[in-house]
Design a protein around this ligand. Structure first.
Ligand code: NAP
Length: 249
């Protein structure tokens, strides 16, 4: 898909990986919906940046908690009201509550599954009628190498991210006839607020475990997401961008 004049929704675009994805799509000519949960300031700053960067991109910030099906529906409805269509949906919003299973509470399980897995279905459910009517679309779901390999203290997160991979493949099978591609990206450890929250000694330990000996940058993931959109024969795929860490787990 050629990005020029397409309309892209990026969930969780106020910070981190989503922010880099939205900026990259805007710089390459897309009209971008910068979704956020609470960070209105950073979301609006990004909108201005995209508008000023040139490249033909445009942007608007829309607040919505995508773990709430009504909010996810409103996000897509407001996208249609503002830009008239939706060509690209990037399900990036995610969170983690890391505890070993002896400490993991039911609420910790539900909160992560509700956003990291269910939120993806809610936005796809809302966007699908528009994409099928248009006869085109590209959906990219942000999974994680943890969904492929598992990780100590991340049962809820790993289950959600593994679930996204099954969802991606099934959606790809069902939607190919409507010219809608569905792919997943599995980042390794990327420099964002999510990994900043780890204790420093743990970050050092992880860095030693990564064959490339460093965390990735949000831009590394944005580039992979754009590849998923622009490539016209790839669907149901999982792209691993992890500095080789998956081979060490
Ligand atoms: P981050 O820095 O913590 O940013 C999270 C983003 O999600 C923020 O923009 C946040 O918005 C938004 N968000 C949170 N709850 C939301 C909700 N209920 N509805 C809508 N948006 C919501 O995270 P990140 O590291 O960039 O991670 C982005 C995605 O990549 C996640 O799915 C994560 O699991 C995945 N991932 C990350 C890594 C990594 O190493 N960083 C590795 C593998 C996969 P507010 O600013 O408004 O709160």
């Amino acid at each position: 898909m050629n990005l020029r004049d397409t309309v892209a929704v990026v969930t969780g675009a106020s910070r981190g990986i989503g922010n880099a994805i939205a900026e990259d799509l805007g710089r390459n000519g897309a009209k971008v919906v910068v979704n956020y949960a609470g960070s209105q300031g950073p979301a609006e700053e990004l909108v201005e940046k995209i508008k000023q960067t040139g490249g033909g991109g445009d942007a608007v910030a829309i607040q919505a908690d995508v773990s709430d099906p009504n909010d996810a529906q409103r996000l897509i409805d407001q996208t249609i009201e503002h830009f008239g269509r939706i060509d690209i949906l990037i399900n990036n919003a995610g969170t983690n509550i890391d505890k070993t299973m002896d400490k993991l509470e039911v609420e910790d399980w539900q909160k992560v599954i509700e956003l990291d897995l269910n939120g993806c279905f809610y936005t796809v459910h809302a966007a699908l009628p528009h994409m099928t009517e248009q006869g085109n679309g590209a959906i990219v779901n942000m999974s994680s190498f943890v969904g492929e390999a598992g990780n100590m203290g991340q049962a809820n997160y790993a289950a959600a991210k593994a679930g996204l991979l099954g969802f991606t493949k099934t959606a790809a099978l069902e939607l190919a006839k409507s010219n809608i591609s569905v792919n997943a990206v599995c980042p390794g450890f990327i420099e964002t607020d999510m990994t900043d929250a780890m204790p420093e000694d743990m970050q050092e330990k992880i860095t030693k475990m990564i064959p490339m000996r460093r965390f990735g940058k949000p831009e590394d993931i944005a580039q992979a997401v754009r590849f998923c959109i622009e490539n016209e024969y790839m669907t149901g795929a999982t792209l691993d961008i992890n500095g080789g860490v998956y081979m060490r787990t």
